[in-house]
Design a protein around this ligand. Structure first.
Ligand code: G6P
Length: 371
């Protein structure tokens, strides 16, 4: 009913705007003021966590993209090798699992059959399974050794938004907690990342404040038949997620690419007027940002319509952008939290303008309980 939607036209739009709250709830009670993580709730002993020598993240759909972001963060912070695999591919390739493998299953619903079968296989091989899940008491956490619940609240829209957002938060918490328990060389920086996490609700709020500009862009792009998304590093999964949202909701061709891969093929797709979203990494010392800009230069030279998501104050993008959305300052690993928001709003609005049912897109189910 309209009341449940709080005055919004769709649950999805309401859920996008609930994200600052959802992030805060997912952080609540999981760190102290000094930046120390408190995740005893996962019920795995510190010894078990110290013994982990490989992490495999498995999930489907949007949750899989949260896993791709997590890989960048977890490997960097913990130095534990981390793979990410689609749950329906996982067990069929006979993955190498031992009792020191930690399999992390990410699922908003906790009922996705593909993900459930993947963890059953993992446990049969004696791997430890940790679930990241939004639904208390659902099957996946019940069948796991440990669980981190996301506190997004019920997600009604079929396309996941606050579910994804809080999966990112849970993954960051897990990575930092592992680093804390294991005492990696990154240890001194944990407190500053925790501090940055605590500031994310306000940053997401700031991005939500630009909703009207994003809606205006959707109006302009109503006739688009294809849209590309480019990103690098943790921004690459954001590009994939932006494209998935358009497929799910607007039913148009959309693809996400790692910007560095463009020259190896996809650049052949660029033609006059093609909308290309670019998620620009924060300017930093590692040249990622500059390489992104030079890739954008190539795309623009071929006539694409450039929609750029870049950090505030990053004026290096100005010459290569038709439209710019400003992201609050963030570290490269945490930037996805803010960067995904304009892409969610864009897909929601474009589908609305096209007259589609945003909350229940054709052919999709909120939770796929068959393999
Ligand atoms: C379905 C939904 C997607 C979701 C995926 C994984 O396909 O339509 O939005 O990302 O399942 O769902 P889960 O509940 O496991 O996160």
């Amino acid at each position: 009913t309209a009341a449940e939607k709080d005055g919004y036209d769709w649950f999805m739009r309401k859920e996008i705007f609930e994200q600052p709250r959802a992030i805060a709830d997912s952080l609540l009670g999981r760190h102290d003021d000094s930046g120390k993580l408190q995740l005893d709730e996962i019920r795995m002993s510190e010894d078990e966590l110290r013994d982990v020598d490989k992490i495999i993240i498995t999930a489907c759909g949007t949750a899989f993209y949260a896993g791709l972001v997590a890989k960048y963060a977890i490997e960097h912070w913990t130095r534990i090798p981390c793979e990410v695999e689609l749950a329906h591919e996982f067990r069929y390739r006979d993955p190498i699992l031992t009792r020191d493998t930690l399999v992390v299953a990410i699922s908003q619903s906790g009922e996705t059959a593909d993900t459930l079968m993947a963890i059953r296989h993992a446990r049969e091989q004696r791997a430890k399974v940790l679930a990241i899940c939004n639904t208390n008491g659902s099957t996946i956490p019940r069948e796991s050794d440990a669980v981190i619940y996301t506190h997004a609240g019920p997600e009604i829209g079929v396309a996941s938004t606050k579910g994804f957002m809080t999966q990112l938060i849970a993954c960051y918490l897990l990575g930092l907690y592992l680093a804390q328990v294991r005492g990696t060389r990154f240890g001194d920086e944990i407190a500053s990342v925790v501090d940055e996490l605590a500031g994310l609700p306000a940053k997401v709020e700031q991005v939500l404040g630009q909703a009207d500009q994003i809606y205006a862009l959707a109006q302009d792009l109503q006739d688009a038949r294809s849209v590309l998304f480019l990103g690098r590093h943790a921004g690459f999964p954001v590009a994939l997620e932006g494209a998935l949202k358009l497929k799910e909701l607007a039913y148009i061709h959309a693809e996400g690419f790692a910007a560095g891969e463009l020259k190896h093929g996809p650049i052949a797709l660029i033609e006059e007027g093609l909308p290309v979203f670019c998620v620009v990494p924060p300017p930093g010392r590692d040249l990622l940002h500059d390489k992104m800009i030079s890739g954008m230069q190539e795309v623009r030279a071929r006539g694409a319509r450039m929609i750029v998501l870049a950090e505030e104050g990053d004026d290096a993008v100005d010459d290569y952008a038709d439209v710019i959305f400003r992201l609050p300052k963030a570290s490269t690993l945490l930037q996805p939290v803010a960067a995904v928001v304009p892409l969610q709003l864009f897909a929601c609005e474009l589908a609305t303008l096209m007259g589609h049912d945003v909350d229940q897109p054709r052919n999709l189910a909120k939770s796929v309980t068959v393999e």
